[in-house]
Ligand binder design. Structure first.
Ligand code: HEC
Ligand code: HEC
Ligand code: HEC
Ligand code: HEC
Ligand code: HEC
Ligand code: HEC
Ligand code: HEC
Ligand code: HEC
Length: 488
């Protein structure tokens, strides 16, 4: 036995003692705390013979993988290479390797041998379904508009772009190797050869699988950033992000128990709000469990709306919101949280009512009257509308949801308004004009009526010069006062 193994055995024994003690404590403490108890996993008494062989050889071949595993909790609990990588005979991706049946992919089903609660929660989340993007509008971009099917029948734009975040459908070649058009890939909704969904290593990087790393905002930032969903940037400019980076050494990120208000208080991370346990709530691997809106579509709706319409019973948006508010309550007063939610809702409603519904209505009119083709993205107005809701409208909503005023204003509503008044409306009018010239008088007339109806609403009256005189006068007065203040 080398020194490393001796140390490992010692750690193993200490851990067993710790588990006996902690189970004893849990029994004694009974129901003091309302929060459901964390899952306590029993370490194995020793490392399996199979894993000892894998590790001994791979220690030479891949010293980094060996070292990462050596630092992991799995190592301490005698969970080795074989416990994760072993395969069954019928598995599509099973390969015979040094006398053992193994697979390279370690899917949620493999992790579920020991972590079934996390896997169940993850599997019912939106994350698990993120690989099913075929047929979406965005997908047409990667496969057709930007791409071409030049990489063994797939588009390199999708393989290297979309799929790395959303997940590919992993295919196995006849010799058992993983098809390079579909792997390496650890997208969040990967479709695995065993039929399971997702990749736990999307957040838990191998081979350390450290919770400390997964609790950091960077773990989510691989995917949640950029022009159409800038949650990472939003977080960084929020007071929460500022406080996190200023106090990261006081965040207690490596603590086994990690409850806001008990183990840390400087700031919440993405995980704190969307996943972690509180004094009352259990840790969840369903990241949709605490959000009440969906801010992704052109027009936002409550997150349970689609399910309710389909007659499915799901956790209501009110219950989800109450859980998120429970997180906030670890650090803020109830009245502040209630008022914050009123502010947030008001922004989503403003965006929906002033720009999204009218914009969607105009686009629908063009399509139904065949004033634009059925083909997406072949006309300028389709790009204009896509920018408005998919990029700018989302940014405004995400900024308001997570306290980033710059995203709400300058990267958000400002750009939505400019896009609407300076591009969408002129482009709509131009299409009507062309239709009229081409003899489609009736459609052009109906389109103008529709636009007029939209623009005659009070919130658009400023644009058509139809504001009531007293409103104009009041603004003029305020402008004068502002100028005076500014010049002094
Ligand atoms: C006698 C040496 C040896 C033993 C024992 C061994 N491996 Fe390997 N393994 C290798 C070598 C060599 C490679 C190829 C590495 C490379 O290409 O960099 C490899 C590759 C792998 C790969 C990657 C395969 C791929 O296609 O990417 C995995 C996963 C793996 N081994 C797991 C295991 C597991 C699990 C065990 C124990 C059941 C094990 N190995 C036992 C030497 C060994
Ligand atoms: C807790 C489970 C777990 C343990 C323990 C584990 N692995 Fe892995 N391993 C994974 C996961 C997850 C992947 C990512 C594969 C995928 O699903 O895409 C992986 C990938 C790999 C790969 C291929 C990818 C690469 O980065 O080259 C190799 C080789 C590998 N493991 C070797 C080992 C060896 C050797 C050991 C033991 C020293 C080990 N693994 C222990 C879960 C594990
Ligand atoms: C054979 C059982 C087994 C398998 C398979 C397994 N784990 Fe674990 N895992 C454990 C045990 C036991 C612990 C607890 C170790 C401890 O707390 O000391 C653990 C702990 C963890 C932790 C917490 C680490 C920390 O820093 O506290 C994470 C994260 C984790 N596992 C993820 C995974 C993922 C992801 C997979 C699949 C790729 C996986 N595990 C596969 C047994 C397993
Ligand atoms: C950098 C990672 C990343 C890339 C690359 C990426 N996405 Fe996404 N995508 C996301 C994230 C994160 C979300 C969820 C955003 C949110 O909730 O605000 C998302 C949302 C979506 C949605 C909306 C899903 C729903 O439930 O409404 C679709 C459809 C989509 N992406 C398709 C694609 C396609 C197709 C591509 C390639 C053209 C692509 N994405 C590229 C990360 C990415
Ligand atoms: C979206 C990112 C993400 C994904 C995907 C993810 N996890 Fe986690 N996981 C986390 C975070 C963050 C924590 C730490 C939360 C905390 O302690 O507050 C965690 C904690 C854990 C723990 C420790 C639990 C405990 O009670 O201490 C285990 C085990 C685990 N994850 C397993 C898994 C498995 C298995 C999968 C795949 C089904 C998975 N995770 C997928 C982010 C993720
Ligand atoms: C590998 C990419 C990836 C990582 C890493 C990732 N996500 Fe996501 N996330 C996505 C995609 C893609 C979607 C959209 C899924 C869809 O709608 O189909 C999404 C959706 C979400 C949603 C909306 C869920 C819902 O039910 O509507 C939340 C909240 C979320 N992610 C939070 C997180 C947090 C928090 C982390 C880090 C702890 C994280 N994500 C890590 C890709 C990722
Ligand atoms: C202070 C708590 C908090 C933090 C920190 C936080 N979020 Fe959020 N997040 C929220 C709230 C609140 C909402 C909106 C909830 C609702 O709809 O009721 C939200 C919404 C979301 C959504 C849904 C967007 C959609 O399009 O529907 C995603 C995705 C998301 N957050 C990801 C993240 C990521 C990634 C991070 C870290 C970079 C993060 N969040 C940090 C509280 C937080
Ligand atoms: C771990 C503690 C913690 C949690 C949990 C938390 N926050 Fe905060 N929050 C802070 C800190 C610290 C600040 C910065 C306070 C300051 O301005 O000095 C802050 C600032 C804010 C601000 C800006 C206030 C201002 O005066 O500018 C808002 C709004 C806010 N949080 C809302 C929320 C909401 C909503 C949630 C839950 C979704 C939440 N917070 C969860 C710690 C937390």
């Amino acid at each position: 036995m080398d020194a490393y193994s001796a140390v490992r055995m010692k750690i193993g024994r200490l851990l067993s003692l710790f588990f006996i003690f902690s189970s004893f404590f849990l029994v004694l403490s009974g129901n003091v705390n309302a929060a459901p108890k964390p899952h306590i996993l029993k370490p194995f008494a020793s490392l399996s013979k199979e894993s000892q062989e894998c590790a001994a050889c791979h220690k030479e071949k891949n010293p980094s993988i060996y070292a990462q595993w050596g630092r992991s909790k799995h190592y301490g609990a005698n969970v080795g290479c074989f416990e994760c990588h072993s395969a069954d005979k019928g598995d599509k991706d099973a390969i015979t390797h040094e006398g053992q049946l193994i697979s390279v992919i370690v899917s949620p089903t493999d992790c579920a041998q020991c972590h079934s609660a996390e896997v169940d929660e993850f599997t019912k989340s939106h994350h698990a379904k993120a690989g099913q993007i075929m047929g979406s509008l965005d997908n047409m971009l990667a496969e057709v508009v930007e791409g071409a099917l030049t990489f063994h029948g797939e588009s390199p734009a999708a393989v290297n772009g979309c799929w790395q975040c959303h997940g590919s459908e992993v295919k196995v070649l006849p010799n058992g190797d993983l098809d390079p058009t579909t792997w390496p890939n650890t997208g969040i909704g990967r479709i695995n050869p065993d039929g399971s969904l997702g990749a736990c290593t999307a957040c838990h990087q191998r081979h350390e699988f450290s919770v400390e790393q997964a609790r950091r905002p960077e773990a989510c930032g691989k995917c949640h950033l950029g022009p159409d969903h800038p949650q990472k940037e939003v977080y960084e400019e929020s007071k929460h992000g500022i406080n996190f980076y200023a106090n990261v050494d006081r965040m207690n990120l490596d603590s086994a128990k990690w409850i806001p208000g008990e183990d840390y208080d400087a700031a919440p991370t993405c995980a704190t709000c969307h996943m972690s346990a509180t004094r009352e709530l259990a840790l969840t691997h369903d990241v949709g469990d605490r959000i009440s809106w969906t801010l992704r579509p052109a027009i936002s709706e409550k997150i349970d709306a689609k399910s309710l319409a389909a007659g499915k019973e799901v956790k209501s948006w009110e219950a989800r919101r109450a859980d998120m508010q429970n997180v906030c309550e670890s650090c803020h007063s109830k009245s502040m949280i209630d008022s914050f939610y009123q502010q947030f809702d008001s922004l989503v409603n403003l965006y929906n009512d002033k720009f999204a519904r009218p914009g969607a209505g105009l686009m629908k009119f063009l399509k139904e009257n065949e004033l634009i083709t059925a083909q997406p993205f072949d006309e300028k107005i389709e790009w204009t509308w896509f920018y408005l809701w998919h990029h700018e409208g989302r940014r405004a909503r995400h900024g308001a949801a997570m306290q980033a005023p710059d995203y709400t204003q300058w990267h958000g509503m400002y750009e939505v308004a400019e896009r609407f008044y300076m591009e969408l409306i002129p482009e709509f009018e131009e299409i009507l004009h062309k239709a009229e010239v081409a003899g489609k008088k009736e459609q052009a007339e109906a389109g103008r009526k529709m636009l007029e109806e939209v623009l005659s609403r009070p919130e658009h009256a400023w644009f058509t010069g139809k504001e009531p005189e007293e409103v104009k006068a009041a603004r003029k007065k305020a402008q004068k006062e502002f100028q005076r203040r500014y010049l002094q």
